[in-house]
Structures are given as structure tokens and as C-alpha cells.
Design a protein around this ligand. Structure first.
Ligand code: FAD
Ligand code: FO1
Length: 448
């Protein structure tokens, strides 16, 4: 019985029909065995052509400045991937060194007939894929294993806001928010040596100065346990999600970022729960609409990490206020050391540095203050992205680039009352926060 997969989840990146020979799943964004449409597509092709299936992950020596905090979490998750695949007699191979040449060599070495990979809107991934397609002579298939409605199905253009993509996503959920077929076990496998995880860690050229975190158990098992706990204990109170002192968030973003759990699986579990409809609806709006809007932005706007990616009205208003006097100007070192005049901002920075995950509501305030205290919007973008991606476990993600562009450049937002420095970019203040939650309590929790 072939593995049922909605054809719209797959797209061919390069022409040609697969011949005989192993099918390779080049795992990158979706680092899990369960509920993975890219792995299921590779498995289906291998079964249909009676070929063997191999999963390969290419470990980049330094991926967009990631530190041992993120690589440590990711590698622990990949150890579980190798073990779970072994249970199904599917070999897992970890390739080290520059990604494109090492993958192309692997494809040649095992005489692969088809390469399947997973969708990712980030520039670096698109570049890797373009170069891999030039380097190999076999067909390449891509599956969107990250979004519920595949990015290229949800919309054919950059969307203005959540309100414009929401109906386009909602009308396709019946078609795509389905259960997953089982991944079959294979009878035989290519004999590949087990992974040398020490050599993998040695191959990294990364900053070891940011501590790894220990409050989350990396990998698929930890993700599933956390989802169960979230639904049982916190989802009901998700209406308090804008209070950074209320422990009601799912904390799933590191797992979603590394693809250690499927957003589709999370959505199915939340919908099946008996939490109040209001809580489920609010959570699914973030998990499905906001998250897929971020992929849409990064996919259709390749200037997603610069001021050029902002809407025209935002660029104009920020230009108009470029020379406004700044009451405070901080450089990257001041910000990184949480050494500003604002205890609330400093506490948010310290939460991120210490825990590797700043509360979602504080991320908006945090980024907006960087705009207010930087010499230019360009410097604000650079500082916010650098700090976000250095310390957040879930950094280097379309959600991050989009969240920062929303905060600093009005992406997916609209013009507000004009004021110095911000122009018509939505403003947030500590006084505004104090009207929403207990600022003193939050500051007390995180001051050094
Ligand atoms: P929950 O509230 O439990 O949400 C569950 C999931 O829904 C999240 O894991 C995420 O996948 C999605 N989600 C929630 N809020 C948003 C949102 N605003 N935009 C897109 N998806 C959302 N998210 C990252 O994954 N990585 C980042 O680097 C990142 N940086 C951000 C920077 C700024 C300035 C802003 C304003 C937002 C940023 N976000 C980022 C989005 C959001 O803050 C986090 O996804 C969320 O706080 C993660 O915590 P959680 O999983 O406990 O959230
Ligand atoms: N993807 C890879 O294919 N190889 C890597 O070595 C790799 C390292 C890495 C480190 C930190 C991080 O946050 C992401 C990393 N990714 C890597 C990419 C990740 O899987 C996601 O695809 C993107 O970051 C989000 O789209």
C-alpha cells in the first residue's frame, strides 16, 4: 500500500526521472522521524522502486553564527533521530564540512537515484539547494514538512498581514490538517558506519561562550512530553500569554525551530484537547497563521533581514525621522551586557541570555527599544538579529526575522500615531507594559 501524501506537499526542484539506486532524504529543517512529510516521501519512493532509503544530515561548521547553545540542543536531537531510524532499519549518515560538496560527494558515493529535501525559505538554504542541483545529476524533490498548508500553496505572493493570509490558510486546513501515515520499517539497508558524534562536535567552528541550556530535554521525546504537559496544564490559561510572569506559553519554539516536532502534530493534539475553545483558537492562530505568515514573508521577501524588506510606508517614516535626537544611544556591547537605563529592557535581555528563550511579549518591547536607542534603523536591525540569534534557542528562524521586522519595520503591521524616532512605527513603553503586567515582578525575576 503506497504511503498516502498530498501531492501539493511536494514539488520537483530539478527535472528527470529517478532510475534505480538508493533514495536519499537530505534532512535539514525537519529533524525528526515522526510526522515528517519529506521522510515519508523518500520512503514511499524507495518502497515503490524497491530501493534502499538513506537519511543524511550535513553538519555545517558554522551555521549563521550559531553557538554551542543551539548546536548542542540540535546534536542531542539528532542522536535520537539516528536511534529511531535504526529501529526501522533506515541508516542515518552525518556528513561534516562544507555542506554542498560533502552532500554531492555522498550522493555520488552511494550512487543515489533521487534526492528528497525539506522546505526552508531562508536564503542560505535556497543557495545550498541551487548549488546542490548544479552539482548532482539526479532529480531533486522538496517537501514542505514544516508548514501545515505548504508555503507555496498558502499564497503566491508576499502577504500584507495576518488578516490577509488567515482566510487563505483556513480554507485549506480541511485538506492539509490531516493525520500522518505510519513510517514503515525497511527489510534491508545500506551498510553505513554509525555516526562519530565526537568527530561531529570537533568539526564545529563555533562560539562556545554561550552556555547550553538544561531546562528543556532536546529531541522528539522531550518535545512530545512537553506538548502533553502544555495541553494538560497551561493551554487552558493561554489567554494570559501577554503576561510574561504567567507561565502559560507552550515553550515549544526550540523544538519547532529544529523540526523536532511537527506543527501539524501540535495542532492535531490541541484541537483534540478539551481546553476551552477560546484558548485553542488563540494558540492555533499563533502556531498556524503567525508561523506560516513568517515563512511567507521570508520566502517572498528575500530582504527579510534588512531595512529594504520593510513596507514603503515604514521606510519613508523611518527615513523622515533619521535625524531625530535620540534620548539614549546604546551600542551592541551596552545592549548585550543589559547595561541600559531601563530595568525592564535589561531584565528581558537577561532572561534571553540566561534561559535562551525570552517571553514572546517581551520580544516586541525588547526589539522596539533597540530601534529607539540605536543610531539608525539599520544598526537596530543588525543588533536585534545578532543578539536574538546568538542567545535564543529558537533563533535563525523565519519567525525571528519576521518578528524583528514587525517590531522595527512595521512588517505585517500598520502606521500608528507619528512620534520622534519611530515615526509611525507602533510604539511600546514601559508604562504601557506596567498597565498590562507586574513589571516589578518581571524585573525582580531576572536582574543579575
Ligand atoms: P507559544 O505562544 O506557545 O506559541 C507556539 C508557537 O506558535 C511558537 O513556538 C511559534 O512557532 C508560533 N508563534 C507564536 N508567536 C509567534 C509569532 N509572533 N510569530 C511567529 N510564530 C509565532 N520565534 C522563533 O521561533 N524564533 C525567534 O528567533 C523569534 N524571535 C522573535 C523576535 C521578536 C522581536 C518577536 C516579536 C518575535 C519573535 N519570535 C521568534 C516569535 C515568538 O515570539 C516566538 O515564536 C514565541 O515566543 C516562542 O515561544 P513559545 O513556543 O513558548 O510560544
Ligand atoms: N541546518 C543544517 O542543515 N545543517 C546544520 O548544520 C544546521 C545547523 C544549525 C544550527 C543552528 C540553527 O539554529 C539552525 C541550524 N540549521 C542547520 C538549520 C535549521 O535546521 C533550520 O532549517 C533553520 O535555521 C530555520 O529555517
Amino acid at each position: 500500500m503506497p504511503i498516502p501524501i498530498h501531492s501539493a506537499r511536494l514539488r520537483r526542484l530539478s527535472p528527470g526521472e529517478p532510475t534505480t539506486g538508493p533514495v536519499v532524504y537530505w534532512m535539514s529543517r525537519d529533524q525528526r522521524v515522526s510526522d515528517n512529510w519529506a521522510l515519508l516521501a523518500a520512503a514511499r519512493q524507495a518502497l515503490e522502486t524497491k530501493a534502499s532509503l538513506v537519511v543524511v544530515f550535513c553538519l555545517a561548521p558554522n551555521f549563521l553564527g550559531a553557538t554551542i547553545r543551539q548546536y548542542g540542543f540540535m546534536l542531542k536531537g539528532l542522536v535520537q533521530v539516528e536511534a529511531r531510524l535504526r529501529q526501522r532499519t533506515i541508516p542515518f549518515c552525518l556528513r561534516l564540512g562544507e555542506v554542498v560538496p560533502s552532500l554531492a560527494a555522498f550522493v555520488r558515493e552511494i550512487n543515489a537515484s533521487l534526492l528528497v529535501t525539506d522546505f526552508d525559505p531562508l536564503r542560505i538554504k535556497r543557495r545550498w539547494k541551487d548549488q546542490v542541483i548544479d552539482a548532482v545529476s539526479i532529480p531533486v524533490l522538496e517537501a514542505d514538512a514544516h508548514n501545515i498548508v505548504p508555503c507555496w500553496e498558502a499564497s503566491s505572493k508576499q502577504e500584507y498581514a495576518a488578516r490577509t493570509i488567515r482566510p487563505k490558510i483556513h480554507r485549506r486546513l480541511d485538506e492539509f490538517l490531516t493525520n500522518f501515515p505510519e513510517l514503515p520499517a525497511f527489510a534491508r539497508a545500506l551498510a553505513l558506519p554509525p555516526v562519530d558524534w565526537d568527530a561531529a562536535r570537533q568539526s564545529l567552528r563555533i562560539d562556545h561562550g554561550v552556555t547550553e541550556v538544561d531546562w528543556l530535554e532536546p529531541g522528539e521525546n522531550g518535545a512530545r512530553d512537553l506538548l502533553t504537559r502544555f495541553i494538560a496544564q497551561r493551554l487552558e490559561h493561554y489567554g494570559q500569554r501577554n503576561d510574561p510572569n504567567a507561565p502559560v506559553l507552550s515553550e515549544l519554539s526550540p523544538y519547532l525551530h529544529f523540526g523536532q516536532i511537527s506543527a501539524q502534530r501540535v495542532a492535531l493534539a490541541v484541537m483534540a484537547s478539551n481546553a476551552a475553545a477560546e484558548s485553542r483558537k488563540a494558540f492555533l492562530e499563533e502556531l498556524i497563521v503567525r508561523r506560516e505568515l513568517a515563512d511567507n514573508f521570508c520566502w517572498f521577501n528575500q530582504a527579510y533581514d534588512t531595512v529594504e524588506g520593510f513596507p514603503d510606508w515604514a521606510r519613508k517614516t523611518l527615513d523622515k525621522h533619521r535625524r531625530d535626537p535620540r534620548a539614549y544611544v546604546y551600542d551592541l556591547d551596552d545592549l548585550e551586557a543589559a547595561a541600559t537605563h531601563d530595568p525592564l529592557w535589561n531584565a528581558a535581555q537577561m532572561e534571553m541570555v540566561a534561559a535562551g528563550k525570552m517571553h514572546g511579549y517581551m520580544r516586541m518591547y525588547w526589539a522596539k527599544k533597540i530601534l529607539e536607542w540605536s543610531a539608525s534603523p539599520e544598526e537596530a536591525m543588525a543588533a536585534a538579529i545578532l543578539l536574538n540569534d546568538k542567545y535564543e534557542l529558537d533563533g535563525r528562524d523565519p519567525n525571528g526575522f519576521t518578528g524583528i521586522a514587525w517590531s522595527i519595520g512595521g512588517v505585517h503591521d500598520r502606521p500608528w500615531f507619528e512620534r520622534p524616532v519611530f515615526g509611525q512605527i507602533r510604539y511600546m513603553s514601559a508604562a504601557g507594559c506596567a498597565r498590562k503586567f507586574n513589571v516589578k515582578e518581571y524585573v525582580r525575576r531576572f536582574q543579575g
